[in-house]
Design a protein around this ligand. Structure first.
Ligand code: FES
Length: 106
């Protein structure tokens, strides 16, 4: 079941910014990104070694992990550079006025 969950306010995110968000009942935290006015949502932990991705660098739509420098495409979750190989989970984002929601669940 897919649930629409409030994550943060749109005006709290500047362009090319990211924010870690905890969601009640969800094991992992999420990251909300804004790139070129579009919002993306992924899991917060790198699939290679569980580093926190918001400690890394966002370059365009690629997030680079702070631990070993691996990258992920935040649009698709696809591993973009080694040593990452396992995709990062992504979630559809819905922006309604100033509110950003994630569509979470199966
Ligand atoms: Fe992220 Fe190794 S923990 S690249």
């Amino acid at each position: 079941m897919v649930e629409k969950v409030f994550l943060c306010r749109d005006n709290e995110l500047r362009e090319s910014d990211m924010r870690q968000v905890a969601v009640a009942g969800l094991e992992t935290k999420l990251v909300v990104y804004k790139v070129k006015g579009k919002v993306y949502i992924t899991d917060a932990l790198c699939t290679h070694g569980k580093a926190v991705l918001t400690d890394g660098d966002l370059e365009g739509t690629t997030i680079y992990c702070p631990l070993h420098g691996g990258g992920f495409d935040i649009c698709t979750g696809k591993a973009a550079s080694p040593p990452c190989t396992v995709p990062l989970k992504t979630y559809p984002a819905v922006v309604e006025g100033n509110d950003i929601f994630g569509l979470l669940g199966e």
